[in-house]
Design a protein around this ligand. Structure first.
Ligand code: NAP
Length: 578
C-alpha cells in the first residue's frame, strides 16, 4: 500500500528529494508549492520504498497499511490531490544550486544569524551545508532557549512537529557553528557592531507581535490576543504571568487560521490530553480546571476562504472528546458567491458542509461561525459578550471580500481571543517596511528604502522577510533563497571584510551563554518530564532558566559560583512548580 502524508506535514520537502520516483508534490520548484497546505504522495506512483518516511523530520509519513482509524482519511486526501490533475508545470525558483566543493585557499565567510527560530536555524543549516564556501556561523538568541516557534508557537500537543528541532540540535555539534543565548541584538550588541565582526548578518527574528482589530471594548479585561495566549500556554517567560478567565462556559476566538484552531482545541482539551503534551506547567494546571465547554470560532469570510488547513480541521475532528459543528448562519450560497475553487478549498467546504447544524452530543464543542465580524466587545469592567455583524461576500478582481450587512447577533462570553495574525517589528536601523510590518527586501537581500539598492551585508529570512504565513518547513525554502543570495554576493566580492575579530564572545558579551546552558536546561526539563510521565516540564521563569544555565557552565569549568545555594533553591522551586 502506498505511503501517506499526514496532518503534521511540515512542507520542508525533505521527502521530495528522497523520493526516487518523484511521486511527492507539489515540489518546491512547482508554482503551487508556494500556497499548498501540505505535500501529497501519489498512490499510483509510490513504489513503497519508504525513503520519504526516513527523510521526514516530523514523522508525518506512514505506509498506508499502518494508518490508524483517524488517519485513514489522509489516504483519501493524498489520492484526491492527484485526481483530475495534470502534472504541474515546473519553473525555477531563483536558487542557484551549482555548488562545487571548496578548493585551494578560500576566505572564510563569517555570518551572524539574529534569531534561533526555524527560519534562522534553516538558514544556518543551509550555510553549513554549502560546499562552495568555507563558513562560520554565530547565532544570537535573546532568550535562554533556542528554536523559537518550535518551542513557543507549535501547539504543545503537536509533539511530532517539534521533531524538526532534532536537525537543529545536530547543527550545534558542528564546530563551525556557535549558539549565543541571552543576547538581544539591538540591546546587548547593535547591528552595526555585528557588521564589524561578520561579512553578513541574517535577520531571522520573526513576527511575534499581535495584530489587533481596533474594535471598541478590546481593551477590557477578558480580551486577549492569540500571541499572548499561545505564548502563555507554551511557557514563554515574557507571558508566563498572564491571566485568562477560564471560569465561564463559552469563549470566542476571532479569526479562521490554524492558530485559531490550535487555541480552540487547547481551550477544550481534557486534563488527560493536556498532560500528554509539553504545555507549560501553569497552563496545564489552569486549563485542567477550566469550565469552558464551548468555543465559537468566528471567521469574517466563508468556509472556502478559511485560512485553517484541511489537515488541522481533520485533526480537530479526530479529537474524541470534542464535537465540531458549523453554525448554519453564515454558511451557504446566500452568502458565498459562485466561483471556481482550488483543491484545498473544495475539500474544506465538503467537510464543513457535513457539520452544518450538527447537534452536539458531547460535553465539549467547537462551533465554526462563518461570515461574521466582531463589531464590538460588550461589558463595563470586563468582557461579557461580543456583538457580531453578519457579512455577505463579494467577489472582485482582488478576491473575495467580507462586506458587513445591517444584521447583528450577540453572544455571551467572558473570554475573547483575537487570532487575526501576527506582525513584525523593526530592529534598530534595519530598513523596515511599516505598511507590511516586515523588513524591506528582495529575495532576502535587505533593501535601502531610499535607493532601493541592497544594503551590503544585510539579509533576512522567515516571517520578518515574507510576513507571518506558512508552516515550519516553508522556512527551509525561504532560507535557501536568502543564503543563495548571500553566498552569491560573497563569491562576487560584494561583501565587506570584517574589521573586528570574532574573539572571545563570552568576554565581549558577559551575559551570553553558549549551547551548554541550553543542553542543561533541556536535560533538566526532560528529566522532570520523565518523573511525571510527560515529554518535558518546561522551565518558564527567567531567573530559573538563568540559574540552570549558570550552574551548567560553572560545572563544566570545574568551579562552582559563589551564589550556588541561591541558584539551587531557585532551581528547586522551578522544578516544584513544574
Ligand atoms: P492566518 O493563517 O493568516 O489567519 C489569520 C486569520 O485572521 C484569517 O482567517 C483572516 O481572515 C483573519 N483576519 C485577519 N484580519 C481580520 C479582521 N480584521 N477581522 C476578522 N478576521 C481577520 O494566521 P495564523 O492563524 O496566525 O497563522 C499564521 C501562520 O502560521 C499561518 O501560515 C498558519 O498556517 C501557520 N500555522 C500553522 C500551524 C500548523 O501547521 N499546525 C499552526 C499554527 C500556525 P481573512 O482570510 O479573511 O483575511
Amino acid at each position: 500500500m502506498a505511503y501517506v502524508i499526514l496532518q503534521h506535514c511540515c512542507n520542508d520537502a525533505a521527502c521530495v528529494s528522497a523520493c526516487p520516483v518523484d511521486c511527492i508534490h507539489p515540489r518546491p520548484d512547482e508554482p503551487s508549492y508556494a500556497t499548498t497546505e501540505m505535500l501529497y504522495i501519489d498512490p499510483e506512483m509510490c513504489i513503497n520504498c519508504g525513503s520519504c518516511q526516513v527523510a521526514c523530520p516530523v514523522d508525518a509519513i506512514l505506509p498506508g497499511g499502518d494508518l490508524g482509524s483517524d488517519e485513514a482519511v489522509f489516504s483519501e486526501l493524498n489520492a484526491a490531490f492527484y485526481q483530475n490533475q495534470s502534472q504541474p508545470a515546473t519553473y525555477s525558483l531563483s536558487v542557484p544550486d551549482a555548488r562545487t566543493r571548496v578548493t585551494g585557499t578560500v576566505r572564510e565567510l563569517r555570518v551572524a544569524v539574529v534569531g534561533s527560530g526555524p527560519s534562522g536555524s534553516y538558514a544556518a543549516q543551509e550555510l553549513l551545508s554549502r560546499r562552495d564556501v568555507s563558513v562560520r556561523v554565530d547565532m544570537f538568541e535573546r532568550l535562554m532557549t533556542p528554536w523559537g516557534l518550535v518551542r513557543f508557537g507549535v501547539a504543545p500537543d503537536h509533539l511530532a512537529t517539534k521533531g524538526v528541532a532534532v536537525g537543529f540540535e545536530r547543527m550545534t555539534r558542528d564546530p563551525r557553528f556557535r549558539l549565543w543565548l541571552n543576547v538581544e541584538v539591538g540591546r546587548d550588541i547593535s547591528p552595526e557592531q555585528l557588521s564589524e565582526r561578520y561579512h553578513a548578518v541574517i535577520y531571522a527574528f520573526g513576527a511575534m507581535n499581535a495584530r489587533m482589530m481596533g474594535i471598541p471594548g478590546e481593551d477590557l479585561p477578558g480580551s486577549h490576543s492569540a500571541t499572548e495566549f499561545v505564548a502563555w500556554y507554551n511557557g514563554h517567560p515574557d507571558y508566563a504571568g498572564r491571566e485568562f478567565d477560564l471560569s465561564v462556559p463559552r469563549a470566542v476566538v476571532v479569526g479562521n487560521g490554524n492558530v485559531a484552531v490550535d487555541i480552540a482545541r487547547l481551550l477544550l482539551s481534557t486534563p488527560a490530553r493536556l498532560a500528554q503534551s509539553d504545555i507549560a506547567p501553569h497552563a496545564l494546571e489552569q486549563l485542567s480546571t477550566s469550565r469552558i465547554r464551548e468555543v465559537v470560532v468566528v471567521g469574517r469570510r466563508g468556509p472556502a476562504d478559511a485560512a485553517f488547513t484541511n489537515g488541522e480541521l481533520l485533526g480537530l475532528l479526530s479529537v474524541p472528546e470534542l464535537d465540531v459543528a458549523v453554525d448554519p448562519k453564515g454558511f451557504g450560497s446566500n452568502t458565498d458567491p459562485d466561483r471556481a475553487l482550488g483543491f484545498a478549498a473544495i475539500q474544506k467546504v465538503a467537510r464543513l458542509s457535513e457539520l452544518v447544524g450538527r447537534m452536539p452530543s458531547k460535553d465539549r464543542r467547537v462551533v465554526f461561525r462563518f461570515c461574521a465580524s466582531p463589531e464590538r466587545l460588550l461589558g463595563q469592567h470586563q468582557v461579557s459578550g461580543i456583538r457580531l455583524v453578519r457579512n455577505t461576500l463579494v467577489a472582485d478582481g482582488s478576491g473575495v471580500r467580507a462586506v458587513p450587512t445591517d444584521e447583528f447577533d450577540e453572544l455571551d462570553c467572558a473570554l475573547v481571543i483575537q487570532s487575526v495574525g501576527y506582525q513584525g517589528k523593526p530592529l534598530g536601523s534595519v530598513p523596515f517596511d511599516s505598511a507590511r510590518a516586515k523588513i524591506l527586501n528582495h529575495h532576502g537581500r535587505v533593501l535601502d528604502p531610499e535607493s532601493g539598492e541592497p544594503v551590503t551585508g544585510a539579509y533576512v529570512t522567515g516571517w520578518i522577510k515574507r510576513g507571518p504565513s506558512g508552516v515550519i518547513g516553508t522556512n527551509k525554502q525561504c532560507a535557501k533563497q536568502t543564503v543563495a543570495c548571500l553566498v552569491e554576493d560573497f563569491l562576487a566580492d560584494g561583501l565587506v571584510k570584517p574589521t573586528a575579530e570574532l574573539g572571545d564572545m563570552a568576554t565581549q558579551l558577559p551575559a551570553a551563554f553558549d549551547v551548554r546552558a541550553w543542553r542543561a536546561i533541556d536535560q533538566h526539563e526532560r528529566s522532570a518530564g520523565k518523573r511525571t510521565g510527560r515529554p518535558r516540564v518546561k522551565l518558564v521563569d527567567r531567573a530559573v532558566l538563568l540559574a540552570v544555565g549558570r550552574q551548567a557552565v560553572a560545572e563544566q569549568h570545574g568551579s562552582v559560583p559563589d551564589n550556588i545555594d541561591a541558584i539551587s533553591s531557585v532551581t528547586d522551586e522551578g522544578i516544584r512548580r513544574g
